[in-house]
Design a protein around this ligand. Sequence first.
Ligand code: NAP
Ligand code: ZN
Ligand code: ZN
Length: 350
Amino acid sequence: MYPSLGYAAHTHTSPLVPFQFKRRELLPTDVHIDILYCGVCHSDIHQVRNEWGNASFPMVPGHEIVGKVINIGSAVTRFKVGDPVGVGCLVGSCRTCPECQDDLEQYCDHPVFTYNSPDPHSGGNTYGGYSDNIVVDQHFVLKIAANLNLAATAPLLCAGITTYSPLMHWQVGAGDKVGVVGLGGLGHMAVKFAHALGAEVVLFTTSPDKIADAKRLGADSVVISKNPEEMARHSLSFDFILNTVAAPHNLDAYTALLKRDGTLCLVGVPDQPHPSPSVGNLIFKRRNIAGSLIGGLKETQEMLDFCAKHNITSDIEMIPIQQINEAYQRVLKSDVKYRFVIDLQSLKAG
Ligand code: NAP
Ligand code: ZN
Ligand code: ZN
């Protein structure tokens, strides 16, 4: 077992504090990773605060992990010591069900999430990336190209794949008008991807001070979503809208903007349900409301390779781990440009 240091929450109301635990000995297909950087996802905050009702403590959050391989099990073929690698939201799945066979491990009925999930190896819970090292089966480890900045790559492991996967599934490309709702960690990646795919991109925000950034990131135009006249100007015009908002809100304002057969895809997971959407908005134009969960391992690798080719990474604010509790407060105020990334070197400072 490897003695390990991280930051954990011990209850849903207490701040994250230093926490010692152990990682398992390497199994033949395991990769041992020295964690360099870990992104701070809004899902970390939902889970630490038990907003999804599934929290188990102590909880070491973090599922946007990048680091370097420090050791490999005897049967590992895909990685060698020194490789830059990533780990996202999944560290296990059954590997045999139809979803796993289709490279859609995120939809497996027996997923093992990177943290706050029963750990079949330890019998306890999984512990995530706000820590100095992690041991992960090679199937759930991603390769990172040498040209990508490692710290700015960390958020791709969740915010990146969660926005890339629906854009791929709904085949967004040139000629499409695409909306992105919310300019946070997920939203700013969605704007970059939709722009790189050649779509016309409209960003919906509640924060007027983000307009210039949205355009710099690739939005063709920006709508202040609280302004009904600005919203109405886009009625019946969108092929696809990706909604990343982490709070309940009126979805009718967005379904009304879709063309016939258009889709509003929800990826934000608020703690309370959205108000019920109007059926009329859906049936009169055969519009769809859908959802999407992260992405499978194959597609996550494709997304990282797409990013390497198009030189896409996240816009980040780097923090030492000691500032994690303040960072959570800023995320809750929609005040992050546009993802906090923890420099895990700071753990050594105590
Ligand atoms: P984030 O950085 O906090 O961004 C969310 C953005 O939503 C904010 O920046 C803000 O953008 C907007 N917003 C916040 N409160 C709002 C409100 N009351 N009304 C309207 N807009 C509001 O969060 P994130 O890390 O991108 O995560 C977003 C959500 O996706 C979370 O619920 C998270 O749990 C979920 N998530 C889902 C998946 C999945 O697989 N489906 C994966 C990862 C995360 P503006 O300032 O531009 O309005
Ligand atoms: Zn996440
Ligand atoms: Zn499965």
